[in-house]
Design a protein around this ligand. Structure first.
Ligand code: SF4
Length: 329
């Protein structure tokens, strides 16, 4: 997550300070509530944002026909995403705890060593639960192990480098005055937990709505792994922004997806799929159209057709159900 602070300093800082003009009736706190017949149904943020199935048959199968998706068709990616999230949160919380309040006691080399050691312990703990899990057979577990080591190294390095950079910019250091490393950390890595679960039933979303982070009090975000799906990422950010607006009556104009990928060729995690999204009128309208289409499937209970684009279906958990024996039709 500390990558986001670096990214803001280098690229997105000026962008996220801009004000975006948004029609008031497209803000989460002012949107028209769902009509009563649709309000009996709701969608989780991931159900809403999943854009693989163009006919919304996936929603029908999971929520009307109550077919369980075959998890083995998405063997380990979903778990890996949760583990990555836990590892990043743990590293952030640990770094914050270990900082002295007196700048004279700030020893960057010790912090770096401790962060790495703690991160590796956490990684071992997280992965130990999956040693006998068939979804993690073959190279999956060892690849993840090495990927998490890369994340630990990269995040520890960034934390220490950026903190040292920030401290070094303070002229008070030159005059012998003190700095408070904890305060510097909080300013630099300005991630707030969302203080309470977001209630968003009037928006058609299943509660609770739980974004991964709020950055600098103006950017709502989520951590993703696996395939890069731009439209799905955007819809995730819009859903979180609307829910946050509805709960706190504070405007959110940007969403950020921190996409962390594994690389076999580099000793560091790859953030190429990470993106900042503007939550503008167009994105908000797309959210309502998609939500209404999916809620209609739940209300009308008519089974949608199989979408004709078979390759697009391959990552779907209902692939066997829809395409079993039909590939050569
Ligand atoms: S396999 Fe294809 S048609 Fe069937 S639910 Fe999934 S995406 Fe939709």
């Amino acid at each position: 997550m500390h990558y986001i602070s670096l990214w803001e300093m280098a690229e997105i800082g000026r962008i996220v300070r801009r004000r975006i003009r948004v029609r008031r009736d497209l803000r989460g706190y002012a949107m028209q509530p769902l009509p009563p017949d649709r309000r009996v149904q709701s969608l989780s943020v991931s159900e809403l944002a999943n854009t693989i199935c163009s006919t919304h048959r996936d929603i029908y199968l999971s929520k009307v026909a109550r077919v369980r998706p075959n998890r083995r068709e998405r063997p380990w990616q979903a778990e890996a995403g949760t583990l990555t999230h836990k590892l990043l949160q743990a590293l952030h919380a640990y770094a914050k705890q270990r900082l002295p309040t007196n700048g004279a006691n700030f020893d960057v080399q010790t912090l770096f060593r401790r962060l790495k050691a703690y991160g590796v312990r956490q990684k071992n703990l997280l992965l130990s639960e999956y040693r006998d899990d068939p979804r993690f057979d073959g190279r999956v577990l060892s690849d993840l192990d090495s990927h998490f080591n890369d994340i630990v190294f990269f995040e520890s390095l960034l934390t220490c480098a950026l903190l040292t950079y920030k401290a070094s910019r303070k002229t008070v250091l030159a005059t012998g005055a003190n700095i408070d490393p904890t305060q510097e950390f909080e300013q630099l890595f300005d991630f707030s937990a969302i203080e309470q679960n977001l209630s968003a039933s009037l928006l058609g979303l299943t509660e609770p709505v739980t974004p991964d982070f709020l950055y600098a009090r103006r950017v709502i975000g989520d951590i993703k792994t696996g395939a890069i799906q731009e439209e799905s990422f955007l819809m995730t950010c819009v859903a979180y922004a609307l829910a946050y607006e509805a709960e706190y009556r504070r405007n959110i104009d940007f969403g950020l997806i921190l996409h962390i990928d594994l690389s076999h060729d580099h000793p560091f995690p790859v953030y190429q799929g990470s993106r900042l999204y503007e939550i503008n009128d167009n994105a908000r309208r797309r959210f309502t159209i998609l939500r209404d289409q999916k809620l209609d499937v739940l209300v009308q209970r008519v089974e949608p057709i199989i979408q004709p684009d078979e390759p697009r279906c391959r990552p779907c958990g209902f692939y066997s159900r829809c395409w079993g024996g039909r590939q050569n039709d």
